[in-house]
Design a protein around this ligand. Structure first.
Ligand code: BDR
Ligand code: CA
Length: 323
């Protein structure tokens, strides 16, 4: 099984697959992944979550087209959770899932399934790959159940999801875990090393309005990111936040920079049937009496460092000016 202290490196870059449900912060996470210069993004898989499976697949390809990464494969995955009905986040991300982006005409149709892409890419890889899920864990769970051998090829999973403290969909539960708790349980019990970037950290990784204005000046991609932030921030303003948490981008930053988050080892499992607590990540930090840790849980963030990575990546992406 993978060792999370070893980063598999291809050509000096860490090979990753990003599994996402764009989603505004997913879109900015993709920009960071492609612009940071530290990751080799082998592909993007999409999953229903913030929006429908169809929208997530379209939105991911639209983002890649805007940042000149349209040749990177995008594979469409699950259209809903394993057992439950789809619970989208239209209140945060709007009807399309990514209000603020223009969808260029003629987006490439890849015709690939996410689970097949994950399994074939992992199997043929000579180095371990880091999986970066920023949506519900449906695709990853299905892939692990269908092709258990691929777990050996996963270096670690750095996921956005969960909370040791307060949730955001319910008092107990964070959205990505709440949306498909059965999938999350399968992944947390998989034996693959996990870094959990949950709300305990992401709610401290805020981007303030003046910083969105700086973003807007970094170039074409920065201007798009700022436009996305304009819409995405509305939901957080309404919830009393002064800045906006760009949750998913923090998970990407944590893949290439160990210093951007402070982590603690913990045993994490997922509540699937609590009447009030379904989707809760049950985080056990106890070193005595607790179970053997299966995850590193982010508890703090170096916000300035995170922001530096984000601004640098946006400036580095020149954009493709799609029609
Ligand atoms: C998570 O839920 C979604 O709304 C965001 O994209 C992020 O992945 C935050 O709880
Ligand atoms: Ca997301």
């Amino acid at each position: 099984m993978g060792d999370d202290s070893i980063h598999a490196v291809s050509g000096g870059k860490i090979p990753v697959i990003i599994d996402c449900d764009p989603g505004h912060d997913d879109a900015i996470a993709l920009m960071l992944a492609f612009g940071c210069g530290r990751l080799d993004v082998l592909g993007v898989t999409t999953v229903a979550g913030n929006t429908t499976g169809e929208n997530a697949y379209r939105n991911a390809r639209a983002v890649l087209a805007h940042i000149g990464a349209e040749d990177v494969p995008v594979a469409r995955g699950a259209d809903g959770p394993i057992l439950r009905s789809l619970h989208t986040s239209r209140d945060v991300h709007g009807e399309s899932g990514l209000v603020g982006i223009t969808v260029p005409p003629g987006l490439r149709e890849w015709g690939m399934n996410a689970v097949e892409f994950l399994s074939s890419t992992l199997r043929k890889s000579e180095t371990r790959i880091v999986l970066v899920p920023t949506g519900p864990l449906t695709n990853i769970a299905i892939a692990f159940l269908a092709f258990p051998d691929i777990k050996e090829k996963v270096g670690r999973i750095v996921l956005m999801g969960g909370a040791a403290g307060q949730g955001n969909v319910t008092p107990s539960s964070e959205y990505n875990i709440y949306a498909d708790p059965e999938a999350a349980r399968i992944v947390f019990r998989s034996g693959v090393p996990i870094t959990m970037i949950g709300l305990d950290a992401t709610h401290k990784a805020l981007v303030y309005p003046s910083e969105v204005e700086e973003m807007r000046k970094t170039g074409a991609v920065g201007a798009l990111a700022a436009r996305l932030m304009d819409f995405y921030s509305l939901a957080y303003r309404a919830r009393g936040f002064e800045g906006t948490p760009v949750h998913d981008a923090l998970a990407v930053a944590a893949v290439f920079d160990d210093e951007v988050v402070e982590t603690r080892y913990a045993h994490v499992d997922v509540e699937t049937c609590g009447e009030l607590t379904a989707g809760r990540t049950v985080v056990d930090f106890r070193s005595a009496g607790g179970k053997v840790p299966n995850a590193k849980v982010a508890v703090g963030v170096d916000r300035e460092r995170f922001l530096g990575h984000l601004m640098g990546a946006l400036a580095a992406l020149e954009g493709a000016n799609p029609a």
